[in-house]
Design a protein around this ligand. Structure first.
Ligand code: GLU
Length: 482
């Protein structure tokens, strides 16, 4: 590592939302910056007006914030710097590292077709490389449009990648690519180099699908006399079908996972470990712990598969790390949104919400599970699970529930011990197994056959609610068999 203060960046193009691939690149840069006490910057690559959508910038930034990836300093927008890129391309031309290419799109297309037929490389054939001064002057005075192409020297291009070590490419494989189009506008690689230089970027960390660009960009750095940053190309995230994650294939916006009950801490942890290894068996870390132990030596070199089941497993662990109060704050809006309760109802029952969360915590994998598994704690409007009704709400269970309701009514203290012993006694008096009482009672008060311990549910719901629900179930059973 050099001793310059670290400055890294994420450079999203607003042509789509933030998917897990870009989020992972963002996390790698963020950890790198924070570990070394450097700066994490954002640059919006919005030069391609036809593919950029201003409306997508905000969602990208919002997803980054959701992940906790707060950036330093103002955001750089490439669309505001177009003139500068054009000037720099001219500078490369004037320095002799580039040349004017007067080939028309039709001509280039024809050349490519011929090369294809002859099975030759499809690279530009350098027709304009050796135009004489006179030729050039003539074309210019005729007003012929020209692009600027960089002149790739002979030899090979090498650099030491932070992830993969020494990478090399024969220069015959890097074409004399266009750095400015005939309308004077600079191309993508040109803009990236100018920005990375101006922003003082010390380490360019991006997906390994950019390696080809890096080989090209190195020639622009050299032509402009800029010092090269260090490059690190991290492996890509693949879908389970081994294809690269992309918006086109319907991969999700990172923030969509929020709506599916995933914690940002879990997403951060999971994505970090998809491309980087702490070199221990431990998997669950907070962002601060990852910042602390991060080292650029431990990037994986192979592409990783995004397994949503694994993300959910990470999520469960991060849910367990949260306090009941923290979870209550996160779950309350979900309950309100689901319609099973209201803001006002919850406001006066914060303790109750925390207790429900405590009871359910072991069973949830997503935050949204608190709603699906626990809606009956808030709503009287729950339905009985149909299969469970067939199995559990027998005519006999109606009579038993009715008797148990009577005994519960007599309890002055509605505690775990008292409800349990009341149920046990009734089972004993009737000479039946406790299950014959437990299952219908559970179904009566919750509508579902599973969940936290029955007596915990009863105590949480409180005596009047339990009695009311049991009575309702008795009526339901009576009606069912009449
Ligand atoms: N805009 C590029 C992308 O979204 C990133 C370019 C870079 O990191 O240099 O893939």
């Amino acid at each position: 590592m050099s001793h310059q203060p670290v400055r890294v960046r994420l450079a999203p193009s607003p042509s789509g939302y933030l998917h897990v691939g870009t989020a992972r690149t963002a996390i790698a840069n963020f950890l790198f910056a924070r570990h070394f006490g450097g700066q994490f910057l954002i640059r919006i690559e919005d030069t391609d007006a036809s593919r950029s959508d201003k409306a997508l910038i905000e969602p990208i930034l919002s997803a980054l914030k959701w992940l906790g990836l707060q950036w330093d300093s103002d955001i750089i927008y490439q669309s505001l710097r177009l003139e500068l890129y054009g000037e720099k391309a001219r500078q490369v031309l004037d320095s002799g590292h580039a040349y004017r290419c007067f080939c028309s799109p039709d001509q280039l297309e024809k050349d490519r077709r011929i090369a294809k037929e002859k099975k030759l490389p499809l690279h530009y054939n350098r027709r304009c490389l050796n135009l004489t001064e006179v030729d050039i002057e003539e074309k210019l005075s005729n007003g012929e449009p020209f692009a600027i192409r960089i002149k790739i020297p002979e030899g090979e291009t090498t650099f030491t990648d932070m992830v993969s070590g020494q990478l090399r490419r024969a220069n015959t494989e890097i074409e004399d690519f266009v750095i400015a189009r005939s309308d004077g506008s600079a191309t993508y690689n040109m803009a990236v180099v100018v920005d990375d230089h101006d922003m003082g970027i010390t380490h360019v960390i991006r997906g390994n699908d950019h390696i080809t660009n890096t080989f090209k960009q190195i020639h622009i750095y050299r032509a402009l006399g800029y010092e090269l940053p260090q490059f690190g190309h991290i492996p890509l995230i693949l879908r389970p079908d081994k294809r690269k994650v992309s918006k086109r294939l319907g991969d999700k916006d990172v923030e969509q996972y929020k709506n599916e009950g995933i914690l940002p801490e879990a997403m951060f942890n999971f994505l970090c470990l998809l491309g980087w290894s702490p070199k221990t068996d431990r998997e669950i870390y907070t962002a601060d712990e990852l910042i602390e132990i991060f080292t650029p030596d431990n990037f994986n070199t192979s592409n990783a598969i995004f397994d949503e089941e694994k993300l959910v497993a990470f999520n469960r662990e991060h849910i367990l790390k949260k306090t009941d109060h923290e979870l209550a704050t996160l779950v309350a809006p979900l309950l309100i949104e689901s319609g099973c309760t209201t803001k006002y109802w919850l406001e006066t029952r914060w303790e109750y919400l925390r207790a429900v969360i405590r009871a359910l915590k072991d069973r949830v994998r997503r935050l949204t599970d608190f709603v699906t598994l626990g809606n009956y704690f808030f709503s009287f409007d729950y339905h009985y699970d149909e299969q469970a009704v067939e199995k559990t709400f027998t005519p006999e269970s109606g009579t038993l529930l009715s008797e148990l309701t009577g005994r519960f009514e007599l309890l002055s203290e509605f505690t775990h011990e008292n409800t349990e012993s009341t149920l046990d006694e009734l089972a004993e008096d009737k000479g039946i197994k406790r299950a014959k009482l437990i299952h219908p009672t559970r179904l009566a008060v919750s509508g579902v056959p599973g969940g936290p311990g029955l007596y915990d549910i009863l105590v949480l719901l409180t005596k009047p609610v339990v009695i009311e629900r049991m009575r309702k179930a008795v009526t339901y059973i009576e009606n069912k068999y009449h």
